[in-house]
Write a protein that binds this ligand. Structure first.
Ligand code: GLN
Length: 452
């Protein structure tokens, strides 16, 4: 009830929640109390969470931030949200996101932008973005409108909003969480993960969310360790890689300083820091912005106005498709569909898509070689603190550059954790990123906990 009251008070300003399921939440809480009284409490018993509106929730509208799904009520539950319910969690509602998770500022949502709760701290007129695409998840947690939230990360959508809102968030290894029931953006890159106030809270939530699922053919059949226990392991004797290609010109000195500070903290706690090279880093953004739209254009072909979602009237079937998609998709989604269709077309496939796939393999190989020598890699999470709501909006490429530190982990399938680590001169939060070996989230949590 306290969380529902906070939502009533603050959501009109923040716009973090698209749907609040107050009645259902109170009923779930009651059932949770009963389980506690009966001595059968699950590991998340009674914990109030927000669910990114990209996860299908049985009987509760799931919009993906798009007009094309604004009437879609799924008849089934995503595996990840189902796992959380199984462990006793209470769902407060569905939270806002960039349309189909395409964006870095939560300004492409058909349900309006989300405001970063750190906005107006110094200047009452400055409205800052919460980051994206999981801007609703991060804003809800930062403003105490939920104890934690589910999120997804295709190219940084968990880690960048976590950094902008001063909270923690992890994109686990590709395959760690089931994608079943999550609206698909780019299937070879999409991963679900938690955002929460602390690294340890993320560890607790991830343990419940993760696990093999026969309904997702890319879900990995590997044991789920006790991630929270791993947080307390310490970093003594670990080798931490510092990739020289991530020292970009134009990075604000405060972010450089935070990075140095994080590395110093790790050395003080017994880790060794070593410079490493990830030589193909400079190709990561162009590679991502070919692969992701290519897969998106294919995944989004299903929204035809016939099977589910919005339907516009048409003179014939083709007219119905065209009118539905024209009315249903926003500008950024259309841009991605056009780019994706172009790079997959017969004449350009080899030049763009095939080449991007080859470079993706080289980026992955860079990490394999680095991890022969180090246990984890530490970088900044973002190249800047949260920016203003009207900044970068007229130039998509400037917006895409915001993902420079995060897309590599998706292309290589590796776990990446964003850790709230400091503030800039304006008092806005900054994050550091810890990247680990595939399925070694435990080391990632240990390092993250040491620099939190
Ligand atoms: N900002 C990136 C994009 O727009 C990443 C989004 C995401 O991770 N879902 O594609």
């Amino acid at each position: 009830q306290a969380h529902l009251d906070a939502i009533t008070a603050l959501n009109p300003r923040l716009n973090a929640y698209v749907t609040v399921t107050a009645e259902q939440a109170l009923a779930q809480a009651k059932a949770s109390d009963a389980r506690r009284a009966a001595g059968v409490a699950g590991p998340l018993e009674g914990v109030p969470l927000a669910i990114k509106d990209l996860f299908c929730t049985a009987g509760v509208r799931t919009t993906a931030g798009s007009r094309i799904l604004d009437n879609f009520i799924p008849p089934y539950e995503s595996t990840v949200s189902g796992n959380l319910l199984r462990d006793g969690a209470v769902f407060l509602g569905k939270v806002n996101l960039d349309e189909f998770a395409m964006g870095s500022s939560n300004t492409t949502s058909a349900f309006g932008p989300v405001e970063n709760p750190w906005s107006r701290a110094n200047d009452p007129d400055t409205r800052l973005v919460p980051g994206g695409s999981s801007g609703g998840s991060a804003a809800a947690v930062a403003a105490r409108l939920a104890l934690g939230a589910t999120a997804t990360d295709t190219g940084g959508s968990i880690r960048q909003p976590a950094a902008f809102c001063g909270i923690a968030g992890i994109k686990p290894t590709y395959g760690r969480c089931s994608r079943f029931g999550i609206v698909a953006f780019a299937s070879s890159l999409d991963q679900a993960g938690p955002v929460a106030r602390t690294v340890e809270d993320c560890a607790i939530l991830l343990r419940s969310m993760a696990g093999f699922d026969p309904k997702d053919s890319t879900s990995a059949d590997v044991p789920v360790p006790d991630f929270a226990a791993a947080c307390a392991r310490g970093v003594k004797g670990l080798r931490i890689g510092v990739p020289k290609e991530y020292r970009l010109e134009g990075t604000p000195p405060e972010i450089e300083a935070l990075w140095e500070q994080g590395l110093a903290w790790l050395r003080e706690q017994g880790a060794e820091t070593v410079e490493i090279s990830l030589p193909h880093t400079k190709y990561a953004l162009p590679t991502y912005y070919i692969v992701a739209p290519a897969e998106a254009s294919s995944n989004l072909a299903r929204y035809d106005g016939v099977r589910f979602g919005r339907r516009e009237k048409g003179a014939d079937l083709k007219d119905l498709y065209e009118r539905t998609r024209a009315a249903g998709f926003g500008a950024e989604v259309r841009r991605r569909i056009m780019i994706g269709t172009y790079v997959l077309s017969a004449g350009y496939y080899d030049a763009y898509y095939l080449k991007a796939q080859k470079i993706r393999a080289l980026i992955k190989r860079d990490f394999d070689q680095a991890f022969a020598n180090v246990d984890a890699i530490v970088t900044p999470a973002t190249p800047s603190a949260a920016f203003g709501m009207d900044e970068k909006q007229d130039d998509p490429v400037t917006m895409y550059l915001n993902d420079v530190f995060t897309v590599t982990a998706n292309l290589a399938g590796l776990p990446g954790l964003s850790v709230p680590s400091g503030l800039d001169a304006q008092g806005l939060p900054l994050g550091l990123q810890v990247i680990g070996r595939a399925f070694d989230e435990e080391t990632v949590f240990a390092v993250g906990n040491a620099i939190e």
